[in-house]
Design a protein around this ligand. Structure first.
Ligand SMILES: [Zn+2]
Length: 244
């Protein structure tokens, strides 16, 4: 009997988000840090961005690959869920579940389940339910059943106290560059200038948010996450983040 060949698509960490550039805004620094630690990371964008005010879906595909390179991501793919209409349907759950089976991540990063944009919070529930489906042994949707061990939620789009913060002090610069890779969205230009803030303004916002979450954890810059489970501690003397 021959051993099963290693899966070339296998990832340690997969981030799922509604739109191209969501991951860059909410957990790009963390993905880069994990890649620098030797983990294989990936991004699944549910939509292709065809409803965007600026640029086409093709522009965004190119920009998304540039951003992925900056974040040292091993794998990136966009599904064909309609932009602005992310719905938690059986069909969409199966699409995401198939990706989870194919990439077998140990950790899945989802958007937080509340927010202003319906695509964001729907992506959260859709992603969670897809994890459940992906593990069902009798569900035949291709590839072997797999469920991520851990599901965490990137909370940057929503004002909620995170359960933990990842120190991205050394990754902030690259994360900002990955966001700026979306040139059609973020470079200073006339079209849509009422909606899209100028470069300097984005820089100030990104820095302020990262600084705020970093401050909560006693580091310079941080990215916030929430886990539903409790934390597990072995040695009380090694718990990080100062109390007083
Ligand atoms: Zn978005």
């Amino acid at each position: 009997m021959s051993a099963t060949p290693p899966n070339p698509l296998a990832l340690d960490i997969l981030a799922v988000a509604a739109h191209r550039d969501d991951v860059e805004q909410t957990c790009g620094g963390t993905l880069l840090k994990m890649a620098q630690m030797g983990h294989r990371t990936g991004i699944l964008d549910l939509t292709k961005g065809e409803m965007g005010t600026r640029g086409s879906a093709e522009d965004r595909a190119r920009e998304a690959l540039d951003a992925a390179k900056i974040l040292c991501v091993s794998w990136r793919h966009a599904l064909d869920v309609p932009d602005g209409r992310v719905e938690n349907t059986w069909e969409n759950r199966v699409k995401v579940a198939r990706v989870i089976r194919e990439t077998t991540p140990r950790v899945l990063i989802l958007p937080y389940w509340k927010g202003r944009h319906p695509d964001h919070y729907t992506a959260s529930i859709l992603g969670y339910e897809a994890c459940f489906l992906a593990g069902l042994k009798k569900l035949e949707i291709g590839a072997e059943p797999h469920r991520p061990f851990k599901i965490i939620y990137a909370t940057l789009y929503y004002d909620i106290r995170p359960t933990f913060v990842v120190d991205i002090t050394d990754q902030l610069e690259a994360r900002f560059e990955s966001l700026m890779a979306y040139k059609t969205q973020f470079s200073d230009q006339e079209a849509g200038s009422g909606i899209f803030p100028a470069h300097a303004e984005i820089r100030a916002r990104v820095e302020a948010m990262a600084r705020y979450y970093g401050m909560l954890a006693g580091v310079t810059y941080g990215e916030p996450f929430l886990q539903k489970e409790v934390g597990l501690v072995e040695d009380l003397t090694l718990i990080p983040v100062k109390s007083i």
